[in-house]
Design a protein around this ligand. Structure first.
Ligand SMILES: Cc1cc2nc3c(=O)[nH]c(=O)nc-3n(C[C@H](O)[C@H](O)[C@H](O)COP(=O)(O)OP(=O)(O)OC[C@H]3O[C@@H](n4cnc5c(N)ncnc54)[C@H](O)[C@@H]3O)c2cc1C
Length: 463
């Protein structure tokens, strides 16, 4: 039986990053994967969606060429080529992980892994052959899949999840997107930009409900301006897929509404892959669909750890990677601090983009802080004006007493690349005054952060 220091089960951004860090730290490492290296993120999540959204953005530029003094007759798209480009990007990324495994001397074991007692994993390959492997430490990183609601069963054709949504052969004429979290609105934006008639149905009062309320409101206005129908405080009660189109019964505050579309996309969250991997046999504790772990990702069973989407915390690729790194550094005996879940950025890559970190204004008030809040609109930014992207704003929230940067919320073009400033500033315990005195380059969208901070302290220049 092959023996390792560490075996990682699952090769998403949690698993493969964990394996690389383990190898860097001198551990003899193997990774088990039943599908494609890179997990959901590289194959079915973060990366292929961003490739689709890039096509949507380019198409949008082409359609609005005249706004930039350019002319182009009848710009058009080839939907199947747009999908193919996204699939090619994903396949290329997965190959990249293959290279990284080789470079870091990590053994890749193909097949479905199941935990066994005695710190073993039984891996069954596609020919149904099972082989056992042993390790001093096993790290479970089996991730998640699209969650199914009982009244919204996915048949993969008319009622679909995110995998089908990014690999459809034919563009639907109309689509109902159920759920307005990041995944739902990214697809809503993509399909709308491609010319599909899109309706978003959200159960809660606000779209992108985890965001600061002002961001949600601005985003809803943007969705509507782009031609997307938005139904908040609404829920899909049932769907009828027997006809050519899907009929959806939607409960709204004003009563029942019947919608019809070619396809319904269910984007109501995730379900973790924790079944049939041996958790019950080993008596590993779970809670509400998640594996229970301590601050350094150790389960209740010695030598077994879990990271990424399978544990509590935000289901994001960068979180999965950070958890995995910390987990193996702790196994190595390094002096590490638990992850600060209060300083995790979250991004949505629709148009406009949304990026945020820390507390919303409501959360900060509820936590009892006295606040200094500043906002700067991109309509007052030279770079945004020049780019023809003046929609949105940056909002910063500081504690009035000590100047602690409590939260930063942005909506606008390119803000997902700007939020790192707030993450780093908060990590280094920066005060508003320090951000204000850090000279930002001109003209950039990032000046809006400095100006928003200036607005919080009544020193704003450009509004
Ligand atoms: C459409 C979409 C868009 C997203 N966009 C973003 C984004 O922009 N930014 C972001 O941060 N996050 C995004 N996410 C979330 C992100 O993809 C996940 O948080 C991340 O992939 C979780 O990583 P993980 O390593 O925990 O698990 P996963 O990426 O789910 O990987 C788990 C791997 O384990 C394998 N596996 C499972 N069970 C077994 C088994 N028994 N044996 C062997 N292998 C097994 C699976 O095949 C899979 O490859 C998106 C998700 C979706 C669905």
């Amino acid at each position: 039986m092959s023996k390792y220091d560490i075996i990682v089960l699952g090769s998403g951004p949690g698993g493969y990053v964990t394996a690389i860090r383990a190898s860097q730290l001198g551990f003899k490492t193997a990774i088990v994967e039943k599908e494609s290296l890179g997990g959901v993120c590289l194959n079915w999540g973060c990366i292929p969606t961003k490739a689709l959204l890039k096509s949507a953005e380019v198409f949008d530029y082409l359609k609005h060429a005249e706004d930039y003094g350019l002319s182009l007759e009848n710009p058009d798209k080839d939907f199947s080529k747009v999908i193919k480009r996204s699939r090619d990007v994903a396949a290329g990324m997965s190959k990249g992980v293959q290279f990284l495994m080789k470079k870091n001397k990590i053994d890749v074991i193909e097949g479905f892994g199941k935990l066994k007692s005695g710190k073993k994993i039984a891996v069954t390959d596609k020919d149904d052959k099972t082989k056992e492997y042993q390790a001093d430490n096993i790290i479970v990183a089996t991730g998640a899949r699209s969650r199914e609601l009982p009244n919204l069963k996915q048949d993969g054709k008319k009622v679909i999840g995110y995998r089908e949504a990014m690999s459809l052969e034919k563009q639907p004429k109309s689509m109902i997107v159920v759920g307005s979290g990041a995944i739902g609105v990214e697809f809503a934006h993509f399909y709308n930009a491609m010319g599909t008639e899109v309706t978003v149905v959200e159960f809660l009062p606000n779209v992108v409900p985890l965001e600061d309320e002002e961001i949600s409101k601005q985003f809803e206005r943007s969705l509507k301006k782009a031609g997307i129908k938005v139904m908040t405080n609404s829920s899909v009660e049932s769907v009828d897929t027997s006809g050519k189109k899907v009929k959806a019964k939607v409960k709204t505050k004003k009563g029942e509404e019947n919608l019809e579309a070619d396809i319904v996309l269910s984007a109501v969250g995730i379900k973790t892959n924790i079944e049939n991997i041996g958790l019950e046999d080993l008596k590993i504790k779970t809670d509400k669909d998640k594996i229970v772990v301590d601050d350094f990702y150790k389960t209740n069973v010695d030598g077994i750890y879990a990271i990424g989407d399978v544990v509590h915390g935000p289901a994001l690729a960068h979180v999965a990677s950070a958890e995995g790194i910390l987990c193996v550094e702790k196994i190595k005996g390094m002096d590490v601090e638990p992850l600060d879940y209060g300083n995790i950025p979250g991004c949505t890559y629709a148009t406009p983009e949304i990026a945020s970190v820390g507390m919303t204004e409501k959360q900060a008030k509820e936590a009892g802080y006295e606040l200094k809040v500043g906002k700067f609109p991109f309509s007052a930014s030279g770079k945004a004006k020049a780019a023809g992207k003046s929609e949105g704003f940056v909002k910063v929230i500081f504690d009035a007493k000590y100047g602690e940067w409590l939260g930063c919320h942005m909506i606008g073009a390119g803000v997902t690349d700007m939020i790192a400033e707030a993450v780093l500033g908060r990590k280094l315990e920066t005060t508003g005054h320090e951000v204000l005195k850090a000279v930002h380059p001109h003209p950039t969208m990032s000046e809006a952060v400095m100006e928003a901070v200036a607005a919080a302290y009544d020193e704003v220049i450009h509004i």
